[in-house]
Design a binder for this molecule. Structure first.
Ligand code: HEM
Length: 397
């Protein structure tokens, strides 16, 4: 047996300066249901193999979402969204909440937004070309997802820039206090907006939540605000990081960019590979609702079980040559968007946003090069570039 590396997957620095794949590879091969009791977090089981994660994902009766889906320090108490937001509820409540918002995320609804997304992509690439260099994360990748989710939520256009600044601070600022205050400002913003929408509903997501009736009851203002925050975060964070992580992968594997440039019909398959490769949602947690045994390890009710999605998506028993970035990969049944009951609500939207952005970059006849060292996020929740300095120039200039 290969000697075990030191296993500590909850060290945020591992994702900014280390290589978590060394640990994941070893765990998949040697200890696929691994117990870890870190100092700063409650103990948890790790699932690292694709089939184990997929099987657990399918079994929402054993693996509950209602106590939170991310590891959090015990002294932070219970997750305030537990039992209240779409992501943090189990059926039947989960299906009722999903029913309030899912029509906004169908193929048809997403298609109706594509012209606008294309316009945003064009403007964003144009702005980047006008500068000597820019940060791909904040100035290119962040804009389409944020503007689109703002529009879907019925946020007045005059506030988009304000929310753009707030979300950038809430997720990317180096100072935890600034991040926290920005989050509070976002909640405060939705507190006002949901009141306005309840009084004068429009054709948008916040109005849908503010007027929803489930089992004869309206959602409480807090439930509406928490769900709005969930949608804004869900709608922006992962897509932004995935687009930037995808661009970084193309810069590191220029032959893959050339393949795509020669045949843009490969874009949908390239987007799947970008999703698999970047697997930006690093961990997703569940809490066991009943005992279960996996590979001889007994998981007890109340135990936390963590799915490491980037590990599942590099499982060598499922993906040929998994550490190769390959826009032609087929099949590519990755788990980057989750699976089962809580499969990403915005999956169509995310794929469309990624496709349109890369399409614009391929079509606008620009050359893209690194203009500095990329910086990776120091987080156990999302992984990928925190900043990616690039220079865009007209092709061949
Ligand atoms: C590349 C981009 C994206 C990635 C990698 C991603 C990833 C995920 C994952 C892994 C889950 C499953 C969570 C779980 O199992 O508990 C999820 C759920 C969710 N995602 Fe996404 N997501 C992306 C884009 C989006 C977008 C654009 C939206 C738009 C609002 C969105 C909204 C949501 C929501 C609301 C849920 C909870 C669904 C539920 O619990 O039923 N996501 N996402």
């Amino acid at each position: 047996m290969e000697p075990p590396p030191l296993i500590n997957l909850v060290d945020p620095e591992l994702y900014s300066h280390g290589d978590p794949f060394v640990q994941w590879r070893w765990l998949r091969a040697n200890d696929p249901v691994h117990w870890h009791e870190p100092a700063e977090l409650p103990g948890y089981w790790s699932l690292t193999r694709y089939e184990d994660v997929r099987t657990a994902y399918r079994d929402h009766e054993t693996f509950s979402s209602a106590h939170g889906i991310l590891l959090r320090p015990a002294d932070h108490g219970v997750d305030p969204g537990g039992g209240r937001t779409l992501a943090l509820t189990d059926p039947p409540r989960h299906r009722q909440l999903r029913g309030v918002v899912d029509e906004w995320f169908t193929v048809r609804s997403v298609r109706a937004l594509e012209e606008e997304m294309r316009d945003i992509a064009r403007a964003v690439v144009g702005d980047a070309l006008a500068q000597e260099s820019c940060d791909f994360v904040t100035e290119i990748a962040a804009r389409i997802p944020l503007y689109v989710i703002c529009k879907m939520m019925g946020i007045p256009e005059s506030d988009w820039q304000y929310l753009y600044d707030l979300t950038s601070k809430a997720f990317a600022d180096g100072d935890p206090l600034t991040r926290r205050f920005a989050h509070l400002d976002i909640m405060g913003y939705f507190e006002n907006l949901q009141e306005e929408k309840a009084a004068d509903p429009g054709d948008d997501l916040v109005s849908a939540l503010a007027t929803a009736v489930i089992d004869g009851d309206r959602l409480s203002p807090d439930d509406i605000i928490l769900n709005c925050d969930n949608l804004l975060v869900g709608g922006t964070e992962n897509t932004r990081i995935s687009a930037a992580g995808g661009m970084l992968a193309f810069l590191q594997h220029p032959e893959q960019w050339d393949i795509l440039r020669a045949d843009p019909s490969l874009l949908p398959s390239a987007v799947e590979e970008v999703l698999r490769w970047t697997s930006t949602a690093t961990h997703i947690m569940r809490t066991a609702a009943r005992p279960i045994e996996i590979h001889g390890k007994r998981i007890e009710p109340g135990d936390r079980v963590v799915f490491w999605l980037p590990s599942a998506n590099r499982d060598e028993t499922v993906f040929d040559d998994p550490d190769r970035f390959d826009v032609l990969r087929k099949p590519n049944r990755h788990l980057a968007l989750g699976f089962g009951e809580h499969f990403c609500l915005g999956s169509m939207l995310a794929k469309s946003e990624l496709r349109l952005l890369f399409d614009e970059l391929l079509n606008s006849r620009v050359d893209i090069e690194l203009a500095g060292e990329p910086k990776l996020l120091e987080s156990i929740v999302v992984n990928g570039p925190e900043s990616l300095p690039v220079r865009l120039t007209p092709r061949g200039a």
